[in-house]
Design a protein around this ligand. Structure first.
Ligand SMILES: *[C@@H]1O[C@H](CO)[C@@H](O)[C@H](O)[C@H]1NC(C)=O
Ligand SMILES: *[C@@H]1O[C@H](CO)[C@@H](O)[C@H](O)[C@H]1NC(C)=O
Ligand SMILES: *[C@@H]1O[C@H](CO)[C@@H](O)[C@H](O)[C@H]1NC(C)=O
Length: 421
């Protein structure tokens, strides 16, 4: 059987009706499900959860190198006792599983990532995994996840983090610690100047965080890679530590000025990566990522501030960045109805008549802007004024993850698997 040569990831021991997934595809497992075959070369992420309802998810990154003969067989096993997906590294066991492949071949589902998107009558097929992971490397995964045999990521119990059930609760309230096991780039937005800096230098570095960006890593591609990693760990397994880091990375990038002229390619890559990520939030069925609340005002205010910073730079140096930013804003206008420019840029904290407060200022997440230039002001607005300012029209960014709509459909046949992301 020629096709049995294809690279395979085995996901053994998953109970029937569990959630299984690889990359942008997820599915409900059937009794005969054993894994996925025909996986392309490159990095992939397999994940599982004992039920398709809100529960912990566990995933493993792996690299299909295809430089060996015979082709890669990655063996993972659901461990019922610890309710976790573990990677089997024992060579004898791997050999045994490899020898057994023929007998379970029909329980392996073909790897497909194409998502058919219906736009009017046109059907567009996208295969974005490689774009979404373009800057993720084995080196990056080893830094983030440790050098062990497993590149494991999990999501803690999500019940407490089920933000959609608790209106008004923002994730800061949840007292999330940065993932203990994730070695993120150390971003401290409260101290973006060099040790010992005082006075003017400190103020400048608070307003333009280029020093902090430049000091983060010697390899700027790590920043893009981490942005991509964090996003995918939000999308696939709801890891909120990654959501926090994703926001920190974006905040740092979009509060830089001089660095934009110095390394425009980094910013072009970041904006392009963000745009394709936002497209996947949009595609997610049943609102996989809830476009609500704080996240959206964060991104909007960051983009407004970022563009303002660009106007102070030499246009020739940053023209390509401006073009990329134009594309992103155009996308947000088209898909989410965002308006850029105009009065919301500096409005501050708005208190509506009913006492509800709406953050609209450019520094909502920017405690250390020392200028006071955008210091929040509390303004009383009538509903009409609020309407004029477009307050109620705020459209927002990934904040909470909600469940896909069709998860109650247990016992789906393998062939009914659908792409959800
Ligand atoms: C965590 O999830 C498991 C099911 O996966 C559940 O039995 C348990 O009660 C949850 N714990 C908390 C603290 O929510
Ligand atoms: C995110 O993943 C890391 C590594 O698996 C884990 O330690 C952490 O608890 C997770 N955080 C959340 C909020 O799910
Ligand atoms: C960051 O700054 C510290 C102190 O100036 C320096 O020792 C370190 O090498 C810098 N790191 C990078 C990546 O530039």
């Amino acid at each position: 059987m020629e096709s049995s040569e294809a690279p395979v990831v085995l996901m053994l021991g998953l109970p029937e009706g569990a959630l299984g997934g690889i990359d942008l595809l997820s599915f409900t497992t059937t009794p005969r499900f054993r894994g996925v075959k025909g996986i392309s070369t490159g990095l992939h992420f397999a994940f599982a959860s004992p039920t398709t309802a809100f529960s912990e998810r566990h995933g493993i990154w792996f690299d299909i190198t295809n430089n060996g003969n015979p082709p890669d067989v990655i063996v993972t096993q659901w461990d019922a006792a610890s309710e976790a997906l573990v990677r089997i590294t024992d060579e004898t066991e791997i050999l045994r599983q490899r020898a057994n492949l023929g007998s379970i071949w029909n329980g392996l589902t073909p790897y497909r990532q194409e998502v058919a998107k219906t736009e009017g009558d046109d059907v567009e097929v996208s295969s974005d995994w490689s774009t979404l992971t373009a800057s993720i490397t084995p080196t990056l995964l080893s830094r983030l996840l440790g050098n062990g045999a497993d590149w494991k990521v999990s999501s803690a119990n999500s019940s407490r983090r089920d933000l959609e059930d608790i209106p008004g609760l923002v994730d800061q309230d949840l007292d999330l610690q940065p993932g203990e096991e994730l070695h993120f780039l150390p971003i401290d937005l409260k101290q973006t100047w060099r040790e010992g800096a005082t006075g003017r230098e400190r103020t400048d570095a608070a307003q333009d965080r280029s020093w902090a960006l430049n000091n983060l890593t010697h390899n700027p591609l790590e920043i893009i890679g981490e942005l991509q990693f964090c996003f995918l760990m939000i999308l696939t397994i709801n890891n909120f530590s990654c959501l926090e880091q994703w926001k920190r990375l974006l905040t740092l990038l979009f509060t830089c000025k001089s660095a934009v002229a110095e390394q425009p390619d980094l910013f072009i890559a970041a904006i392009a990566a963000l745009r394709i990520q936002l497209q996947h939030c949009k595609d997610a069925e049943g609102g996989l990522i809830d476009l609500a609340d704080e996240g959206g005002s964060l991104l909007k205010s960051l983009l407004v501030r970022f563009r303002k910073g660009l106007t102070g730079l030499d246009a020739i140096d940053v023209q390509d960045v401006v073009d990329e930013l134009d594309d992103l804003e155009e996308y947000l206008k088209q898909e989410y109805g965002w308006q850029f420019g105009g009065s919301f840029a500096k409005t501050g904290l708005l208190e509506l008549e009913d006492g509800e407060q709406v953050r609209m200022d450019t520094t909502a997440f920017d405690e250390d802007d020392e200028t006071g230039e955008f210091a929040p002001q509390v303004v009383d607005l009538t509903p009409e004024q609020a309407k004029l300012l477009g307050v109620q029209d705020e459209v927002d960014l990934p904040q909470t993850l909600t469940r896909t709509s069709d998860e109650s459909e247990d016992n789906q046949d393998l062939e009914d698997m659908d792409s959800r992301y």
